[in-house]
Write a protein that binds this ligand. Structure first.
Ligand SMILES: [Zn+2]
Length: 371
C-alpha cells in the first residue's frame, strides 16, 4: 500500500523553508530534539551528509543529519577510540527511551556534559511517534539487514534503508578518522508491550562463534538491566544489524512497560542515563566484575510458530514475559501438532497469537549460566 506521507522533495521544500530554519534555531537554543523530530517527521530538504547543519558546543561538533538523526563528534586532538550509537523510537510509542535520548542531547546542548567519543543519536520512527503507535505500516525492527527490500513502499521501508545508511557511514567513518583501534557500540532502547517477570531485560544479538562479552553484561547490569536473553540466530533487528555488520557490542534493551509521554518515572531509568553519559564522556564506568549470581540469563530454545488458522495459544494476554511452566504443560495446538514444555524452567517471551501463518507466536527460553 502506498503511504500517504510520502512527499516529493519539491513538496518538502515548500513545507520546510522558513519553518525549518525557525525550528532549527529553536533547537540550538533549547535542545528539544523531540519537538524538532516530531515537527519534521518526514525529514527536511536540508538533510543529508553533504548539507552540514552543524554547530560547535563544548569542544564537540554537533551535526543534524536528518530528522531524528544527530551526530556528535569530539573536536579534541586525541583520536576517539569508541563509536557509539544510541537509538530510540524504533517503535514510536516507546517513550521512555525517547526521553533518555532527549536527556542526553539536552545535556550536551546545554554544555552540562562533554562528549569524548563519536556518538550517533537516533529517534527511529518519527511518523509513529506522532501517531503514538508502535509503527505506521510495518514493524521497523524486523526490516534491517536488507529485509526492507522485501516489502511494499511505506514510511518504515524508506526509513530502515536510511537508518542502515546513516549507521554504516557512522561506523565506517569512525574507522577512517582514527589511527587506533576503534570499538563500536549500539544500544537500541525499547519498552515492552507486556508485563515482564523481570522488569528490564536485554536481548544480546546472536554472536555465531564469538563468545558473549562479560564486560558488556556488567555494563548492562550497571544500567539496571540484569536479565539477558541470548539470541539464537540471525534477525532483522537494528541491534543485530550493527552487531553482525560492524562487530558492534550491541543490545536491544527493554526498559519496562510502554507508557505515554510524561507518564514515565524517569528515576527508574537514571542508571541507564548515567552509564550512557559516562560511556560517551569517557568517564569511569565503575562496573562490577561479571558474576552469574547477579544475573538472570536465558538461552533461546526456539520458536512456537503459527502454522495454520487452527493455531491456538494457551497463554493469556496478561501473562508476563519470562513466566515459566512446569514440564509437560500444553502451550499451543495447531493442525496435527502441539507444543508441550520439556525442560525445567522453560519460559515464554513475546507471546502473540495474532501473528500471520508462518510467523513466531512465542519465543521459548530456558535459564542458563556462563562458564
Ligand atoms: Zn520496541
Amino acid at each position: 500500500m502506498q503511504n500517504d506521507n510520502t512527499l516529493t522533495s519539491q513538496e518538502l521544500t515548500d513545507i520546510n523553508g522558513d519553518e525549518f530554519n525557525q525550528a532549527y534555531q529553536q533547537f540550538l537554543k533549547a535542545g528539544d530534539f523531540i519537538s524538532l523530530t516530531r515537527q519534521f517527521e518526514l525529514g527536511f530538504e536540508q538533510a543529508g551528509r553533504d548539507n552540514q547543519l552543524s554547530f560547535s558546543v563544548n569542544k564537540a561538533k554537533v551535526s543534524l543529519l536528518d530528522t531524528g538523526i544527530l551526530l556528535v563528534e569530539p573536536e579534541n586532538s586525541t583520536k576517539p577510540s569508541k563509536s557509539i550509537v544510541i537509538s530510540s523510537a524504533i517503535h514510536g510509542n516507546e517513550t521512555a527511551p525517547i526521553e533518555i535520548v532527549q536527556q542526553l542531547i539536552s545535556d550536551i546542548v546545554a554544555q552540562k556534559i562533554q562528549v569524548k567519543h563519536r556518538t550517533l543519536f537516533i529517534m527511529g520512527n518519527p511518523v509513529a511517534m506522532n501517531i503514538a503507535k508502535r509503527f505506521q505500516t510495518e514493524n521497523l525492527n524486523r526490516l534491517f539487514c536488507g529485509k526492507h527490500k522485501d516489502i511494499s513502499p511505506c514510511f518504515e521501508k524508506d526509513r530502515a534503508e536510511k537508518l542502515e545508511t546513516y549507521v554504516s557511514d557512522f561506523f565506517n567513518t569512525g574507522t577512517d578518522v582514527s589511527d587506533s583501534e576503534v570499538t563500536n557500540y549500539h544500544y537500541d532502547l525499547h519498552t515492552a508491550i507486556r508485563n515482564s517477570k523481570h522488569e528490564k531485560f536485554a536481548i544480546y544479538p546472536y554472536q555465531g562463534d564469538k563468545p558473549w562479552d562479560k564486560e558488556q553484561l556488567s555494563f548492562m547490569a550497571g544500567c539496571g538491566v540484569n536479565t539477558i536473553l541470548f539470541g539464537h540466530g540471525a534477525t532483522g533487528t537494528f541491534s543485530y544489524y550493527s552487531s553482525a555488520n560492524f562487530s558492534a557490542h550491541a543490545f536491544t534493551v527493554e526498559l519496562g512497560k510502554v507508557r505515554a509521554f510524561g507518564e514515565n518515572n524517569m528515576a527508574n531509568f537514571a542508571a541507564m542515563t548515567e552509564k550512557l553519559t559516562a560511556l560517551i564522556c569517557d568517564e569511569d564506568l565503575l562496573l562490577k566484575d561479571f558474576d552469574n549470581k547477579d544475573f538472570n540469563l536465558y538461552t533461546a530454545l526456539g520458536d512456537i510458530t503459527k502454522i495454520s488458522d487452527n493455531f491456538k495459544l494457551f497463554i493469556g494476554d496478561d501473562v508476563s514475559n519470562f513466566t515459566d511452566y512446569p514440564v509437560d504443560t500444553l502451550l499451543s495446538t495447531d493442525t496435527e501438532q502441539e507444543y508441550r514444555t520439556t525442560l525445567a524452567g522453560e519460559s515464554i517471551v513475546f507471546p502473540n497469537a495474532k501473528v500471520g501463518n508462518g510467523q513466531r507466536a512465542v519465543l521459548m527460553v530456558v535459564p542458563t549460566t556462563l562458564s
